[in-house]
Design a binder for this molecule. Structure first.
Ligand code: NAD
Length: 356
């Protein structure tokens, strides 16, 4: 067995249908008495319901979370937390809301209690992101890792089927890249393979019946595992491309991950054969890249960048940006790989199956 470093991240996870009922207990265990409940404008009714449950332990509802955490939104949320003397940021929602909680934690040191309602996985990572003048900055800081996470599958039943599938593919992307990470370790490999397996089994089930609580639980369990992988090991070409496509062209986050993933995996296939075996096994398919493409397509998700807002003339720009700053990838992303990278982007743009 090869040598490795395993760095456990300290967070408490409470999982299960109906586990929202443990919220007050979890607040007490956290030593928190005044939570500022964060959400997007669309999820305000859920946040208000949570604030009602908390009674005097709720300091207020702040329904202003938006995609990519603009610095102005973050600053206003920090001010609000101070104004209401909050001692905890309670983030109920997807990655955008957790992201706002992280911005508060980064600047004020308040602990985060997260209640995720998508499969993005941000709640399991110490990674923060904020956008200033159209540029997204990211960083790592132990203070932004939520201390407690309540995973209640019942809160994900309302997630529309389309977003459930793309959000699930977003989670699978964390695990797939984690399997060939430079700093991977056997524990993360186990979590990654199991996370992909749980999500791949759940997506067709919840597409057939969005209220299927067994499928919702399996998907959220998979999202937890995949998010843990993202928080523990480094990512590579796939995440770099998605970050560039999302940041530069403002394409929707989960959809971009869904479209790019099969192609990034195909690009790396020959350089990471062990990871490919594990991904394929978790999907129950012969080929990792094709299996991911089919999982997305068969479940009605977009498979072409041109269908989610990218123009053909942007391919060259994205290719240039993707090779600008060197970063680790199992197959080096250098001048020799330029033709293959162009082909990857071309195929992803037109929605062709991945090729390797
Ligand atoms: P999101 O949080 O933007 O949510 C998308 C939409 O779905 C919102 O309108 C939200 O209100 C709605 N929604 C969420 N849950 C719902 C539910 N159960 N029912 C009905 N509607 C619901 O989307 P996301 O994909 O979860 O998060 C994307 C953001 O998270 C990106 O900005 C990405 O960069 C960030 N992210 C960060 C990390 C990290 O580790 N820092 C990890 C993953 C994602």
């Amino acid at each position: 067995m090869r040598s490795f470093v395993y760095n456990g991240q300290p967070s408490r996870v409470v999982f299960g249908a109906g586990s929202l009922e443990h919220l007050e207990r979890e607040m007490q265990l956290l030593g928190a008495n005044r939570a500022l409940v964060l959400c997007t404008p669309e999820q305000q009714p859920l946040a208000e319901d949570i604030a009602r449950r908390l009674g005097s332990r709720a300091a207020g509802v702040y329904p202003k979370a938006v995609m990519h955490v603009p610095v102005e939104t973050a600053a206003a949320a920090v001010d609000e937390a101070k104004r209401v003397s909050a001692d905890c940021a309670l983030a109920v929602g997807g990655g955008s809301t957790t992201g706002l909680g992280k911005a508060i934690a980064l600047q004020s040191g308040l602990p985060i209690l997260a209640i995720p309602t998508t499969y993005a996985g941000s709640e399991m990572t110490p990674i923060w992101g904020m956008t200033e003048n159209g540029l997204k900055k990211t960083g790592r800081d132990a203070r932004v890792l939520p201390r407690t996470v309540i995973y209640d599958p019942e809160l994900t039943v309302s997630l529309p089927v389309g977003l459930s599938v793309t959000s699930g593919m977003n989670a699978i992307a964390h695990a797939a890249e984690g399997l060939y990470a430079q700093d991977s370790n056997p524990v993360m490999d186990l979590m990654a393979e199991e996370g992909i397996r749980a999500l791949a089994a759940a997506l067709p089930m919840l597409r057939a019946n969005p209220a299927d609580i067994t499928a919702r639980a399996s998907a959220l369990y998979g999202a937890w595992l995949c998010g843990t992988v993202l928080g523990n090991v480094g990512m590579a070409l796939h995440h770099k491309l998605c970050h560039t496509l999302g940041g530069t062209l403002n394409l929707p986050h989960a959809e971009v991950h869904t479209v790019v993933l099969p192609h990034a995996i195909a690009f790396n296939a020959n350089a990471a054969p062990e990871a490919m075996k594990k991904i394929a096994r978790a999907l129950g398919r012969d080929d990792a890249a094709l299996g991911l493409y089919r999982l997305a397509k068969d479940n009605g998700a977009p498979v072409a960048l041109r269908d989610i807002g990218m123009k053909a003339e942007d391919i060259g720009r994205i290719e240039q940006l993707a090779v600008q700053n060197p970063y680790w990838n199992p197959r080096p992303v250098n001048a020799q790989a330029e033709g293959a990278l162009r082909e990857l982007l071309q195929r992803a743009w037109e929605g062709s199956p991945p090729s390797h």
